[in-house]
Design a protein around this ligand. Structure first.
Ligand code: DGL
Length: 236
């Protein structure tokens, strides 16, 4: 008999649905609950204390609905709150997100990688430790892209690949303004360090061109979530 309880996911808004989608493809038998804290979006510029408080509230809501595991589908919330959440709920497995600096640094040919994330993520311990450990020999360009968060919320789940006309032109201009300087600085990897950004991947890849790899963590996080369920005997 499998464990039929749902897996809970939360983010400041709809960004983390890219993780949810990857997880559901990998684990079609699992039930899932996704909490989008749209009322408090964005998290990126809030203080760490505020993000901890919001993450505690989201976690409590998901646990009250009987979730067996929580995926913090938000880099910013992971940076500020995952240590606290794990301490407060020692019996609950938590899966978090941090920018995939390590694989990008290992694969870079130009020795320059760019990371797109929020201020909160760049201030966090996880990002800075990983960067120190694994990206010593490469130049890491940290680019805050809060405007992308707002644009993804505005899209409301509409696929960017299907945008046309003035809406496409407007969004492409915003993406170009952020991405072109990174490519001009020699970056051959662009790490999507915020779960809102995979929703713009199609456009980011188009603007960055074929020589740049855009690193989307969603499949790796989904795999990690399944691994933890398996290890703990929690699979449905
Ligand atoms: N999607 C989030 C992240 O991964 C947060 C974006 C925001 O609310 O600023 O960082």
């Amino acid at each position: 008999m499998g464990d039929k309880r749902p897996v809970g996911f939360f983010d400041s808004g709809i960004g983390g649905t890219c993780i949810l989608r990857a997880f559901r493809e990998l684990c079609p038998n699992e039930r899932t609950i996704y909490l989008a804290d749209s009322e408090n979006c964005p998290y990126g510029n809030r203080s760490a204390d505020e993000i901890v408080r919001l993450s505690e509230k989201n976690t409590a809501e998901l646990l009250a609905k009987g979730c067996k595991m929580i995926v913090v589908a938000c880099n910013t919330a992971t940076a500020a709150a995952i240590d606290v959440l794990r301490r407060e709920h020692p019996d609950v497995p938590f899966i978090g997100l941090e920018p995939a600096v390590k694989p990008a640094a290992l694969k870079s040919r130009t020795g320059v990688v760019a990371v797109l994330a929020t201020k909160g993520t760049f201030n966090g311990r996880l990002y800075n430790e990983t960067r120190r450990k694994f990206a010593k020999n490469v130049t890491v360009i940290a680019a805050v892209a809060d405007e992308f968060v707002a644009e993804v919320e505005r899209l409301g789940g509409f696929p960017v690949a299907e945008l046309e006309g003035a809406r496409l032109a407007r969004l492409e201009k915003i993406v170009r303004a952020k991405i072109e300087p990174l490519v001009a600085a020699g970056a051959d990897h662009i790490v999507l360090g915020c779960t809102h950004f995979p929703h713009l991947k199609h456009l980011i890849e188009k603007v960055a061109g074929p020589r740049v790899s855009v690193v989307d963590p969603s499949p790796a996080v989904a795999l990690q979530a399944r691994r933890v369920l398996e290890e703990r005997g929690l699979l449905a």
